[in-house]
Design a binder for this molecule. Structure first.
Ligand code: ZN
Length: 601
């Protein structure tokens, strides 16, 4: 009598669990196989087999962009030889219905296998590459997804070129199946680039969590020191936020190129050993790595709502790349400072450099940090001759805004809270608890909660308009002063940058509101002579050095095949140093803020 109800209960629980499992389990399987027999053709061959899909047709899609790189790449342009078959090898009809969509008429087929080749020969961190020395897979440009099924688990089997022995990726390996990896869904697959080749592998562990450095060319850098410094970076970032949220992490460092893209448990970057022998070069390298690493929190998990889940078809707009990128710039140096890898003066010098970069770009008169974030899709990666006149970098201004926020929160909270508290709240409350990103208003609210007061100047003025930042006011909160007085430099100012093209001296850009612009000089003009004397780049600089502000100079130039002469009145060359130094008599609060802000952990 006693047993029966228990059996029924157990059976009920079992059935409930079984039906839950069935509901959660996706239909069928999805598996990729990627081969590359002739890598010098630069073609990956991809076979994508899907079993158990239901529906008369299936749309196979190639993402149009890759998260972290806010630019429409249209990787579908690299795709060739698309074919679709049913499980028995019979051809299935298909048609293209959009630039990145292949609609397969699958009917009742139990399995669909599509295959295609992808041309991969871009040396961009966002795009794939293949030759006989390297196979780099930027997954959004190699792996298609089935429309509506981004949440489907998937495996990837790689058949690397026969000369290669190493595969490095953030994907989880499938036990017992060599060179085969698993992703729980396509967002994870798209977040895990793969490097194949004969790269050097270094490893270290933190709290039992393996970290892999996969590097093509570390040069002569001291491996033990490098590993120890990366350990300090990882530990410092984890201490700041409060946990390490991955099971393993891979640093992919390729030789020769520029840039890096952050991922949930990996980074792909162009980074090599050259230039690491000087202290500034080494620290610059570590800052770059700390930036990309810190992104695993800030942007991959602490994120604006627009940045995940992603729409891979089109632009994903946000006003807050200044937070995701700029505050990561701010923290890249803070992490090194707290780890004792960077001195206080070196940290302040890095602050000085992004403030100077931002202030020297005439675009700061026209574009705010929020507008720069929103419009990155149309202009961040196009820095043409007029780019600096009209746009800013949200990296530089965002870092400056992060610094203002940090100092203001520290001072207003009587040195009890800081921007760290905001980052932790965003991580634990929005990412971990609510499992979502935050809105513009929520980010502001969390900053104001930490400060304990409204922050209209930072948000309504400095972040969203082009109004000048009152740096001295904010630096004084930490008992520092910053020199913003313009100082006149010797020589005269023209305001035109030049470069040599086919042996000719050509104007590459003309600065906004400069003597060159007022005098009628233009980008693409070829400069032939100044005051009747033939010039090249160096002699033009010499002529300008010998002039005074107010002097007139006759510029002979060629413009679209015709020769003309214009007269330019030279201006004053001024510079603001933005040198930062302590004030003489700080208050107790100013001293406390400074000490805590620039402390070592
Ligand atoms: Zn970044």
């Amino acid at each position: 009598m006693k047993k029966a109800p228990r059996i029924i209960l157990l059976l009920t629980v079992f059935l409930a669990l079984a039906s839950l499992a069935a509901a959660a389990r996706p239909e069928g399987t999805m598996a990729f196989a990627v081969s590359m027999e002739q890598p010098t053709t630069h073609y990956y061959h991809v076979v994508f087999r899907c079993e158990g899909l239901k529906g008369e047709t299936q749309d196979f899609k190639m993402p149009s962009w890759t998260p972290g790189y806010y630019w429409i790449l249209n990787s579908a342009r690299n795709l060739l030889n698309f074919r679709a078959e049913d499980g028995a090898g019979g051809a299935l009809a298909w048609e293209k219905t959009a630039k990145n969509t292949w609609r397969v008429k699958s009917g009742k087929a139990a399995a669909i296998t599509v295959s295609y080749d992808v041309y991969a020969f871009e040396r961009s961190i966002a795009e794939s590459f293949l030759d006989d020395g390297r196979g780099f897979i930027s997954p959004t440009g190699i792996f298609m997804y089935v429309a509506g099924r981004l949440g489907h688990p998937v495996t990837v089997s790689l058949e690397p070129y026969k000369e290669w022995s190493k595969i490095s990726t953030g994907l989880d390996p499938v036990e017992g199946r060599p060179n085969t990896y698993f992703a729980p869904d396509f967002d994870v697959l798209y977040d895990c680039p793969v490097l194949m080749g004969n790269q050097e592998i270094l490893t270290f562990e933190i709290k039992g969590i393996p970290h892999v450095i996969a590097a093509e060319n570390l040069g002569t850098v001291d491996r033990a020191r490098f590993k120890s410094d990366l350990t300090k970076i990882v530990e410092g970032a984890a201490r700041l936020i409060g946990e390490i949220p991955y099971k393993h992490y891979t640093f992919i460092f390729m030789d020769g190129g520029g840039g890096g893209i952050e991922h949930l448990n990996s980074v792909s970057a162009f980074f090599n050993g050259s230039g690491l022998d000087s202290r500034s070069g080494y620290l610059g390298g570590l800052s770059f790595i700390a930036h990309e690493f810190f992104h695993l929190y800030n942007v991959k998990r602490i994120r604006p709502v627009a940045l995940g889940p992603f729409d891979y078809d089109r632009e994903n707009y946000t006003n807050m790349l200044w937070v995701s990128e700029g505050i990561s710039v701010y923290y890249e140096d803070m992490i090194l400072r707290r780890a004792g890898l960077m001195t206080r003066d070196e940290f302040l010098e890095r602050v000085r450099s992004y403030i100077t970069r931002y202030e020297n770009v005439p675009g700061h008169l026209f574009q705010s940090a929020t507008a720069s974030s929103f419009d990155t899709w149309i202009n961040f990666f196009i820095r043409g001759e007029n780019g600096a006149n009209t746009t800013i970098s949200y990296y530089d201004k965002g870092a400056a805004l992060g610094l203002l926020l940090d100092l203001k929160i520290r001072s207003e909270s009587k040195n009890k809270r800081s921007l760290d508290d905001v980052m932790r709240t965003l991580y634990w409350k929005y990412h971990k608890e609510m499992k979502r990103g935050f809105t513009d208003e929520e980010f502001r609210r969390e900053c104001e909660n930490a400060a304990g007061c409204p922050l209209p100047e930072i948000f309504d003025v400095y972040a969203s308009t082009t109004r000048d930042i009152d740096y001295p006011k904010y630096f004084s909160l930490a008992g520092l002063e910053i020199d913003v007085t313009p100082k006149e430099l010797p020589g005269a100012f023209l305001g035109a940058a030049t470069q040599t093209q086919d042996g000719n001296l050509v104007i590459s850009s003309v600065e906004w509101d400069s003597p060159a612009q007022r005098g009628g000089l233009s980008a693409r003009d070829e400069v032939l002579a100044l005051d009747g004397i033939r010039v090249h780049a160096r002699s033009m600089d010499q002529v300008l050095e010998s002039k005074k502000p107010g002097d007139k100079v006759r510029v002979l130039l060629a413009r679209r095949g015709t020769i003309r002469e214009v007269e330019v009145t030279l201006g004053k060359k001024t510079e603001r140093s933005f040198q930062i130094k302590p004030i003489a008599d700080p208050t107790l609060l100013q001293s406390a803020v400074l000490e805590d802000w620039l402390r070592e952990d």
